[in-house]
Every structure is written in C-alpha cells, then in structure tokens.
Design a protein around this ligand. Structure first.
Ligand SMILES: Nc1ncnc2c1ncn2[C@@H]1O[C@H](COP(=O)(O)OP(=O)(O)O)[C@@H](O)[C@H]1O
Ligand SMILES: [Mg+2]
Length: 265
C-alpha cells in the first residue's frame, strides 16, 4: 500500500504575495522525505498546499495521479494527513477525544463507534506514550506531551501519506529521537509515505530517504542527504558557513556550524 503525492508547477500565494512558485516535487512512495530551509522560505505553506488547505494560484497537487482539488474533503483526509506546525485543539477536549477525531474521515455519518475504532485509538495513544493522559484536557498538557498527542492523532488517522510540519518542536532531544523513530517504524511497518519539515539539519539527514532543501519557495536541491547537505548548499540555503563531516553514528552528513567565535578546529 504505497501512495504517491506529487506537485506539478505548484504556485501558492497569500493575496498577491506569491510564496511558493512553480514548484514540482514528488514524494517517493513509501519513503521518508525530510524538508529543510530557512525561516519563512515557504515550507509550511508548501505543506498546507499539499494537504489541500490552500488553493493553488497555478499548478496541481496529485494524489496517486488525481488532482486533490477534485476530491471530496473526507476522501482526501482518508488518504492524506497533515500535522500542522501549531495545531490548535478544540477548547476543553480530552486527549482520547482528540485522538478519536482521527477516525472521523473513515466513518460514515451516524455510523456506530466500533470496538475496532477503540482499538486503533488505544494503540495510537500507547505507541506515542500518552495512554496515561487519555482523560486529561489537551490544553493543560506540557508542550511535549501535547506534541505527542497530535502525533497520536496522525497515527489514528491511518493515512497512506503523512505530512508533518516540525513534529519535534517543543520536544527534548530524547523525545525528538523517540518521535522520529516512531515515524520510521510507521514507515517501515505500514509503508506510509512521510514528508516532514525538520529544523535540525542533522536529524533531517539521519531520518531522510530523500532530502529536499527549499529556498525562496522553490526546491533548491533534492536527493540523498549526502547529495544535498554539502557545505555549499548549507551556505546558499541558510547563509551559514559550516563544516560538513560524516556522522559517526549514521554515516550521514553532520553539519557543524561555524560562527564568529568558532571558525576552525
Ligand atoms: N496566513 C498567511 N497570510 C499571509 N502571509 C503568510 C501566511 N502564512 C505565512 N505567510 C508568509 O509566507 C511566508 C512563508 O511562510 P511559511 O510558509 O510559514 O514559512 P516557513 O514554514 O518556511 O517558515 C512568510 O513570509 C510568512 O510571513
Ligand atoms: Mg513553518
């Protein structure tokens, strides 16, 4: 079960301000794509466009070859999930209730809630380590707990494509690795096609089958982490002088930023 998500010359704008221009990108089916780029270069806008939350000025987004703007909202949501950068939970909703909402696209109106649905929700809570928070109100959780609840919601949705906008925000380094490992498990066990924006270049390199560097609303470079994360690309995309060495753990590129006070070994 692998699904492809492709953009064709996608142009996205807010009013008359074009943010993403003429961007063509294909997420490799059943693989993990990580997306990096400087602040405000259009990463979140791109993800929103790919999830049908924005109407393109020009171009198309294709889910298994079908233009997502010709599909019903619920049908898109059955195949494609998006965890936004700053998701907002309905006031007063509990963890279990929020995660159960992930099942909504799969259910017919007025259909009875089934034991199978309960199991999917419980499994999502368990996998993300928030089962003991099930009855807590989402607003009252810490940033890290809340982030894991949102990931549980994405898991419960069981979509073939999952887009995540900085899913490791608010998490300490241990939980960052846990979440990224969890998403890798999901990718390996279910073949979920995953694309995620990550701030940490080294984690983006480690977890990527495919890495995309975005600059000014366009793809500057894409390919393997080794192909994309070169000193030259880091300089152009982030304006950062850095040394790139091999990560002794993963063998992937490890970006070591230079700075005015730290220029050489
Ligand atoms: N809802 C919006 N209305 C108008 N401009 C927006 C909106 N959201 C984002 N922008 C602008 O679009 C540009 C790209 O933003 P964004 O896609 O969030 O960048 P990134 O995720 O790469 O940091 C920024 O200049 C931002 O101010
Ligand atoms: Mg963003």
């Amino acid at each position: 079960m692998t699904t492809t998500l492709t953009t064709e010359a996608l142009t996205l704008a807010y009013g008359d301000r074009t943010i993403v221009s003429d961007l063509s990108l294909s997420l490799p089916a059943g693989r993990i794509t990580t997306i990096v780029g400087a602040n405000a270069c259009g990463k979140s806008t791109l993800l929103r466009g790919m999830a049908r939350l924005l109407t393109p000025e020009r171009g198309r987004v294709l889910l298994d070859g079908q233009d997502i703007h010709t599909m019903a909202t619920k049908e898109v949501a059955r195949h494609l999930g998006l965890l936004p950068q700053s998701p907002i939970a309905p006031e007063g909703i509990t963890v279990a209730e929020l995660v159960a909402q992930g099942r909504h696209p799969h259910r017919r109106t007025f259909a009875r809630w089934t034991a199978a649905e309960d199991e999917i929700v419980a499994e999502a809570l368990e996998t993300t380590g928030v089962l003991d928070l099930a009855d807590r109100v989402v607003d009252e959780l810490s940033g890290g707990q809340r982030q894991r609840v949102w990931i549980a919601l994405s898991l419960a949705q069981q979509t073939e494509v999952l887009l995540l906008d900085e899913p490791t925000t608010f998490l300490d380094v241990c939980h960052q690795i846990e979440v990224l490992d969890l998403l890798t498990d999901l990718n390996r066990s279910r073949g979920t096609t995953i694309a995620m924006v990550l701030h940490d270049l080294n984690l983006a390199a480690r977890y990527a089958d495919h890495l995309v560097a975005v600059r000014d609303g366009a793809v500057h470079a894409q390919g393997s982490a080794e192909e994309v994360l070169t000193e030259e690309t880091v300089k152009i995309v982030f304006g950062l002088d850095a040394r790139v060495v091999e990560d002794p753990i993963s063998g992937r590129p490890l970006v070591l930023p230079l700075g005015r006070h730290h220029v050489s070994a």
